[in-house]
Design a protein around this ligand. Structure first.
Ligand SMILES: Nc1nc2c(ncn2[C@@H]2O[C@H](COP(=O)(O)OP(=O)(O)OP(=O)(O)O)[C@@H](O)[C@H]2O)c(=O)[nH]1
Ligand SMILES: [K+]
Ligand SMILES: [Mg+2]
Length: 495
């Protein structure tokens, strides 16, 4: 047990302490939005927080109870003039968001009140305005949040759809942290046993069974990480938005479809083939799932027009980066399509006609949509409507749109999955990269080290340390200065 503790401590030394000591200053900021509103929240965090609240209520001996709201008048410390009347809350450290002494002023949300309050705080010695994300940074360095929780919080602040909110909330309250911490601790335990084996094996006869057990445990951690990685990127798709490209021949109605999906006129629609040249992007909340739709230039072979060629090159690039392809065609072009099996061969020939190599679409979800159903005869429409492998719609006449929208929603649901506490998902590429590396280190360890092979055990233990280090780079247990700037850059002031 003591060994285990020694390991955990050695490996988990947050580099927070030096940061906390060097940043002795107290920070303040408006934490609510920078617009006129009913109530604004101004936060203060740091050793001078109590002094700040006393100065603003103009009472040097004021002792508020912790975590209770007081209705108080606030005064400017230099002029002693009253600024506003509002609520005051006192959160002594360490039981505060940042872990430091903190207080909060809730005042009327006018620009003048906010300016006067911020000016008042700025007059106090030891106080300075907070940088973007600095409250959260202090919470991280204070050991209140790990990096996955910090990133979950940033995602929660930026969440635009209901499903994004759910996922971010789970992560910000530690769903990934708990999972990664458990893997980390299990690996540390293995390493501790290995060290014990190295230290005492000869004298104290540690059972060889320990080694067998350790190998089994590492294999099981590896399997769990593997399953976690094998997630079809659902968490990332939900966080970043499903990149959905609308592609097809000129004039099939791609821009009309984009406008219909977004319910506004985003893209120019004309009867002239070659209207769209640039990629037109529109972000849309689709039943709680974030989608980034891209309308593209119509694709065709044998054109010499330089603008059209450039448009087509951009369309292909966009396709390469897409998660979902809506392949649009003119319903009239489907004369040969009689059943589901014909759809596949039609798609192949259509891609060929568009000069799109099939491999460009490999590994992506592709759905064929036939537009302009209003131009079909009744018999033709009946035939196409029976085919399940595609959807037939009319953007102009709004035919079959509800069915199309619900089909699209269930595709998105499959792509993004449902955020659940029991199954926290990878939401950042960074996590994925480190987890892949972690598995590699475990594999090297298992390969070079098994109960029947006896290599240098100290080296074997080192391999295991590298695996743990990967997890620690995700959670921020080890020095991760290089990624902190990236993590905190998206935070707003006051958080
Ligand atoms: N009859 C009929 N016409 C449609 C339908 N949808 C679009 N159109 C018409 O088809 C023409 C081309 O539509 P767009 O949306 O510009 O087609 P596009 O694929 O974006 O065209 P490019 O950008 O030039 O490649 C326009 O005149 C539209 O009004 C439909 O469902 N039925
Ligand atoms: K057009
Ligand atoms: Mg267009």
């Amino acid at each position: 047990m003591a060994l285990l503790k020694r390991f955990a401590n050695n490996w988990s030394r947050f580099f927070c302490r030096s940061y906390m000591n060097s940043s002795g200053c107290t920070i303040y900021s408006l934490s609510s939005g920078h617009i006129k509103c009913g109530v604004s929240v101004i936060r203060v965090s740091g050793p001078q927080a109590k002094h700040a609240l006393r100065a603003l209520v103009n009472n040097e001996e004021y002792e508020p109870k912790q975590r209770l709201a007081y209705l108080k008048s606030f005064y400017h410390p230099s002029t002693k003039e009253m600024i506003d009347k509002g609520l005051l809350l006192w959160f002594p450290g360490p039981a505060s968001f940042t872990g430091e002494d903190s207080c909060e002023f809730q005042v009327h949300g006018s620009l003048a009140v906010i300016a006067a309050m911020l000016d008042a705080l700025g007059q106090l010695p030891g106080l300075r305005p907070a940088h973007p994300g600095e409250f959260t940074k202090r919470a991280f360095f204070g050991g209140k949040l790990d990096l996955t929780e910090v990133e979950g919080l940033a995602d929660l602040i930026h969440a635009e759809t209901e499903a994004q909110r759910k996922q971010a909330l789970l992560q910000s309250t530690g769903s990934l942290k708990r999972l990664y911490d458990s893997w980390r601790m299990r690996m540390i335990r293995c390493a501790a046993h290995l060290e014990a084996y190295i230290d005492f094996a000869e004298e104290e006869q540690i059972e060889a069974g320990v080694i067998v057990q350790l190998t089994r445990e590492l294999k099981s951690v590896k399997r769990e990480i593997h399953e976690h990685l094998n997630d079809q990127r659902q968490g990332e798709l939900l966080r970043d938005g499903v990149r959905t490209v609308i592609i097809g021949a000129p004039n099939v109605g791609k821009s009309s479809l984009l406008n219909l999906l977004c319910q506004r006129s985003v893209s120019i629609v004309t009867e002239q083939a070659g209207t769209t040249r640039d990629i037109i992007e529109a972000m849309h909340n689709f039943g709680g799932y974030p989608v980034i739709f891209s309308d593209t230039a119509g694709l065709r072979k044998h054109t010499k027009d330089t603008i059209e060629l450039e448009g087509m090159a951009r369309a292909k690039k966009c396709l390469e980066q897409a998660d979902l392809i809506l392949l649009l065609t003119d319903a009239k072009a489907l004369q040969q399509v009689q059943n589901d099996a014909d759809v596949d061969s039609y798609i192949k020939s259509y891609l060929e006609e568009l000069d799109l190599p099939v491999q460009m679409c490999n590994g992506k979800r592709l759905h064929l949509i036939a537009n302009k159903s209003d131009t079909l005869s009744r018999e033709e429409l009946e035939r196409l409507s029976k085919i399940n492998a595609m959807l037939t719609i009319s953007c102009q006449k709004q035919d079959n749109i509800p069915a199309f929208l619900s089909a699209l929603e269930s595709i998105l649901q499959k792509l993004c999955g449902t955020p659940r506490a029991e199954h926290p998902r990878i939401t950042h590429m960074r996590y994925r990269q480190q987890l892949v590396r972690c598995i590699e280190h475990i594999e090297i360890f298992l390969r070079e080290y098994s109960p029947d092979v006896y290599p240098d055990m100290a080296i074997a233990a080192q391999k295991l340390r590298l695996a743990v280090r990967c997890i620690e780079r995700i959670t921020g247990h080890v020095h991760v200065e290089d990624i902190l700037d990236v993590v905190f850059k998206d935070f707003c002031i006051g958080k």
